[in-house]
Write a protein of this length. Structure first.
Length: 365
């Protein structure tokens, strides 16, 4: 077997001596970037009918199944309805990602509708992601200490992965405390308000991230939505404490929302390879550090809904609405050569991705 590659000038370099550029340090592939932009340009406009139909269907199934789960006597029915509710509410809440990207005038009323139907009831209003997620897409911030949604998880200790997953199960309790207690108290305690805005008002995983306080129209909108979420959280606490909401019903609802949070955390764990140690990355490097789990695999439609199964493609084309990602992926797969970096971010499914990052944490460094 030939163990060398011929160079342009006729010299030979052993394969073992050829430096392998890590994915997170790859230079931009201009051909891929140009092709991606050219082939998907007309797919950019969001289609309001799809957004509304998808959201309303998800909400109806989610809350309908939740009502069955908390009222059913048979354990098997509680479990089936609970799983259906979790998957539908997870899909509904995932639209917060779209809200951080679409121009609100393009889908009139959608932000208000989503907050009324999902954001406030689930205590995850849109301001917790808007103004935060866009930093994750900034070319100079992605993968750095200034990225609110990035940690080098693949380079950390093995115990960090189970902790990363398990802690998310407490998200419903943390959100209830944040809006029922911290929100109203922080109104009269300015130092606490600063802490709440900086530390407890963003869906972020980077513990060093500090959020800036909003101003102007954004602040007014934030205050209105937060007031609604606070009133709802206080109502939940009062109704549970007084028996209006039975403890059994509260426990089942808590378990369903907790399962939503855990599922999303597992998806987050495999959304990237998490191999960057803090240096700025090119767009191609960001793409290669992200993950696509395309068809024909079916399960990602459940654990990575609303286009999140095309997470790498989303980092390549962040302006594309979720309903256009499938078509964009098909076009680029057909147009780009097999050796294009485009095909290097495709993976088969969840087990392999979890295994990959787990093995990486166990590698001695």
């Amino acid at each position: 077997m030939n163990t060398s590659l011929s160079l342009a000038r006729g010299a030979a370099l052993p394969v073992a001596d050829i430096p392998v550029v890590p994915r997170h340090r790859a230079a931009d592939d201009k051909a891929m970037l140009r092709t991606a932009a050219d082939l998907t340009r007309e797919l950019n406009p969001p289609r309001p009918a799809i957004y509304w139909a998808d959201l309303i269907a998800s909400v109806m199934i989610g809350y309908g199944a939740l009502a069955i789960a908390v009222s059913a006597a048979a354990t098997w029915l509680v479990v089936i309805a609970g799983v259906a509710s979790m998957l539908a509410l997870y899909r509904a809440i995932s639209f917060i990602h779209e809200l951080s990207h679409i121009k609100h005038a393009a889908v009139p009323g959608f932000r208000f509708g989503w907050n009324a139907l999902v954001g406030v009831p689930m205590l995850t209003p849109s301001f917790m992601y808007e103004g935060v997620h866009n930093l994750h897409h900034a070319k100079t911030r992605y993968g750095t200490s200034e990225d609110p949604e990035y940690l080098p998880l693949a380079l950390m200790k093995p115990w960090t992965l189970p902790v990363f997953i398990v802690v998310s199960a407490l998200a419903p309790l943390a959100l209830l405390f944040r809006y029922a207690v911290l929100s109203p108290v922080s109104v009269i305690v300015p130092p606490l308000r600063k802490l709440v805005v900086e530390r407890y008002s963003a869906l972020a995983i980077n513990p060093s991230f500090r959020r800036r306080a909003p101003d102007g129209e954004a602040k007014a909108l934030w205050n209105r939505i937060e007031a609604a979420a606070s009133l709802w959280a206080i109502a939940i606490v009062v109704m549970t404490a007084t028996g209006v909401i039975p403890l059994r019903a509260f426990g089942i609802a808590f378990a369903i929302v907790s399962a939503v949070a855990v599922t999303n955390q597992v998806r987050t764990l495999v959304a990237h390879l998490w191999e960057n140690e803090g240096e700025p990355m090119t767009v191609t490097a960001q793409y290669l550090d992200s993950v696509n789990v395309p068809p024909p695999v079916l399960l990602p439609a459940l654990w990575a809904p609303v286009g999140l199964r095309y997470h790498a493609l989303h980092h390549l084309l962040p302006g594309l609405p979720y309903h256009a990602l499938g078509e964009a992926y098909r076009r680029l797969s057909a147009a780009l050569e097999e050796d294009s970096p485009f095909h290097q971010s495709n993976y088969r499914g969840l087990p392999g991705l979890v295994g990959k990052i787990a093995r990486s944490t166990m590698t001695l460094r």
